[in-house]
Design a protein around this ligand. Structure first.
Ligand SMILES: *[C@@H]1O[C@H](CO)[C@@H](O)[C@H](O)[C@H]1NC(C)=O
Ligand SMILES: *[C@@H]1O[C@H](CO)[C@@H](O)[C@H](O)[C@H]1NC(C)=O
Ligand SMILES: *[C@@H]1O[C@H](CO)[C@@H](O)[C@H](O)[C@H]1NC(C)=O
Ligand SMILES: *[C@@H]1O[C@H](CO)[C@@H](O)[C@H](O)[C@H]1NC(C)=O
Ligand SMILES: *[C@@H]1O[C@H](CO)[C@@H](O)[C@H](O)[C@H]1NC(C)=O
Ligand SMILES: *[C@@H]1O[C@H](CO)[C@@H](O)[C@H](O)[C@H]1NC(C)=O
Length: 600
């Protein structure tokens, strides 16, 4: 009995101590300091209710671009709470990144794997096949394979790694590329483009002002520098060969756009055409030309195709006649804007400001913009086109101004320098749900790619702006990544952009946003000084497209006998039957060639 009561006393003591500890812990320890795991792995999944966020922003009535500044003003608090009634743990990005790094093994389980998702989500199988992770062979050490192959007395092994993918690069005289760069002062009358050539064509480094971008990989890239970036990227291509007889494609590293940009505005046709004629003659005289009459040759033009398709020899007509020369007609042309009426040119993305050096930089950026707070429903960065009768830019601007709480406008006329500041443009796009992309001087805009990069869903008004352009890079199911509003309806003031966009469900919005964030790696050009392992960037997909076309052409020479005027629908739908988009692409020889003089 004595024993038992002593025992009971001890139990009380233990319970007492336990209670004291528990009391102390509850009242003195800040629990949230230990709890980030639960809050953080909620974030990488895009669960921000954009409508709520946007409404909160509208309520706070602050149109100012403060987001990303980290100041934490009163409007920010409204937003933070509005998302889900919790304090926003992930507000400090540096802290989050550090945390994420620490928790990487844990988070990995919760993050959606982009590659797996893709397979379920997309119907167009062929398109998806193109962007599957790079094959293992890619990383095979080819020097080693060659050595083994030599010992085996054949090239069989090597062929299996690069077979059908060899590219021969023409060794052009420097007047066709390097010398042109010496002339950089004459590329643009209004702006010195010489600094844009730095860093292999990426331009000056941007750093990360206002923490709008990510840690590294950001450059002030000029929209017309693709030729230089592409050529430098090609130097890294894993299946280059010096033996043109085994090559599937022949790359002609001529800076076509930079060449013509020197003469576009006030030179006669003979000076505009001089180097193009020179190139055609040079190519024609080469042994590599003879094998297939140039059908295996390709060239990258970093300006819109209309700068190279002058049909008449008149000093008042626009551009040079590079693409109408017989030699070039046998070649494949990659350009930032293709013609709907020709089947030898192919659209590839404009360069953006982001040039990742590795896969991680892409994933890091994708995660950042998934978490982005988007305060306006839609936005527009651009200038009106008062001299263009058909332009809907005026209506776009009017509609934006009429919805000040939902639309944000970056007016680019009257020399507004902010439009040329990558940080201002990207900040605007990162804080909007939709980005309006009406045609400018021509169908396409660099802005389309900037907006996708910022996770802002593009709104198109003409199918020529993207759907018929970038067949190798964008899915054919355009409704999965964009919104289409007929430009004719806008023109007759028959539609309210605000109403159309407001009606799109939150679920649909996040699906579309997820899709474009998934597309980002395919639309950026990686830093030419390094290599991506897992992702296919815009260069990789362009090369795949070229090789596929070369393969097709070599098998089927009669395949392109259809009327070229219909090539836009043949390439998109595989048929030349009447289509509801015909009215957008009425062919005329006198097609008013538009001068691309404005950035926006
Ligand atoms: C490939 O193998 C060769 C021979 O073993 C070696 O010298 C070279 O460094 C290797 N290259 C790479 C990229 O691993
Ligand atoms: C092609 O030849 C040049 C020298 O003429 C050499 O530097 C280069 O490495 C060769 N390229 C390949 C892919 O063999
Ligand atoms: C074109 O311009 C160049 C230099 O500006 C001049 O030398 C040439 O004579 C001009 N050609 C014609 C046909 O006018
Ligand atoms: C273009 O290719 C055709 C064969 O398809 C050939 O007859 C023609 O000579 C080539 N043109 C040039 C300029 O080589
Ligand atoms: C635009 O107006 C036309 C008649 O002018 C009408 O048939 C059409 O349905 C309208 N479109 C929209 C989207 O309201
Ligand atoms: C070649 O192309 C034509 C036209 O597209 C097509 O009808 C024909 O089946 C193709 N032939 C082969 C062998 O692919």
């Amino acid at each position: 009995m004595d024993n038992l009561s002593r025992y009971r006393g001890k139990i009380w003591l233990v319970l007492c101590l336990f209670f004291v500890c528990w009391y102390f812990v509850i009242h003195n320890v800040k629990w949230y300091k230990f709890s980030p795991p639960t809050t953080v792995f909620r974030r990488p999944v895009d669960d921000i209710d954009s409508t709520t966020t946007y409404l909160a922003a509208a309520r706070s009535g602050n149109d100012d671009e403060k987001q990303g500044g980290g100041g934490g003003g009163s409007d920010e608090k409204t937003n933070l709470v509005s998302i889900d009634g919790e304090i926003d743990w992930v507000h400090d990005e540096a802290q989050v990144r550090a945390l994420e790094k620490e928790l990487e093994p844990v988070l990995q389980k919760f993050k959606p794997k982009p590659m797996e998702k893709k397979k379920q989500a997309v119907i167009d199988k062929e398109f998806e096949d193109e962007r599957k992770p790079k094959p293992k062979e890619r990383r095979v050490n080819e020097t080693l394979i060659d050595r083994v192959a030599e010992q085996m007395g054949g090239t069989l092994t090597r062929r299996s790694a690069c077979s059908g993918r060899y590219i021969y690069v023409h060794k052009l005289p420097s007047r066709f590329n390097d010398d042109i760069l010496e002339d950089c002062r004459s590329f643009n009358k209004w702006q010195d483009m010489c600094p844009s050539i730095d860093n292999m064509g990426l331009g000056p480094k941007l750093g990360n002002p206002q923490r709008v971008f990510s840690k590294s990989g950001w450059y002030s890239t000029n929209q017309f520098l693709l030729e230089v970036i592409f050529r430098n990227r090609m130097k890294q291509y894993e299946c280059l060969t010096n033996d043109s007889s085994i090559a599937s494609a022949v790359y002609v590293p001529y800076y076509a756009g930079l060449d013509v940009s020197r003469y576009l505005f006030d030179h006669n046709t003979s000076s505009r055409d001089a180097l193009s004629l020179d190139l055609a003659e040079w190519l024609h005289g080469r042994p590599e030309w003879k094998t297939r009459s140039g059908k295996d040759h390709f060239l990258v033009a970093g300006r819109i195709i209309w700068d190279f398709r002058r049909e008449i020899d008149d000093d008042d007509a626009w551009g040079n006649k590079l693409m109408v020369l017989p030699e070039l007609k046998n070649m494949t042309i990659l350009t930032i804007e293709k013609s709907p009426w020709h089947n030898d040119d192919f659209g590839i993305p404009y360069p953006t400001y982001f040039h990742p050096r590795n896969d991680n930089e892409i994933v890091e950026w994708q995660n950042k913009i998934k978490r982005q707070k988007r305060r306006s429903l839609f936005c527009f960065a651009g200038a009106p086109r008062p001299k263009m009768e058909d332009s809907i830019r005026n209506e776009i601007i009017e509609q934006c101004v009429a919805s000040p709480r939902k639309c944000r406008l970056l007016q680019c006329s009257y020399g507004n320098l902010r439009c040329q500041q990558p940080v201002d443009v990207m900040k605007l796009f990162q804080s909007s749900i939709f980005c309006l992309q009406p045609p400018g001087d021509s169908y396409t805009r660099r802005s389309t790619f900037d907006s996708i990069l910022a996770g802002c869903i593009p709104v198109f008004f003409n199918p020529g702006s993207a759907y018929i352009q970038y067949l190798w890079h964008l899915p054919r199911e355009f409704e999965k990544y964009s919104v289409f509003i007929d430009e004719d309806d806008v023109k007759v003031k028959n539609v309210s952009i605000d109403k159309i966009l407001s009606r799109i469900s939150t679920k649909k919005v996040s699906e579309m946003r997820e899709k474009i964030i998934e597309l980002i790696p395919n639309l950026v050009y990686a830093d030419p000084r390094s290599k991506l392992e897992k992702f296919n960037d815009a260069f990789d997909l362009s090369v795949k497209g070229v090789l596929k076309r070369m393969d097709y052409l070599s098998k089927n020479t009669s395949s392109l006998d259809f009327d070229q005027k219909f090539s836009w629908k043949y390439l998109l739908f595989g048929s030349v039957q009447n289509h509801k988009w015909d009215r957008y692409f009425r062919y005329s020889m006198n097609h008013k060639v538009k001068k691309q003089t404005e950035m926006f």
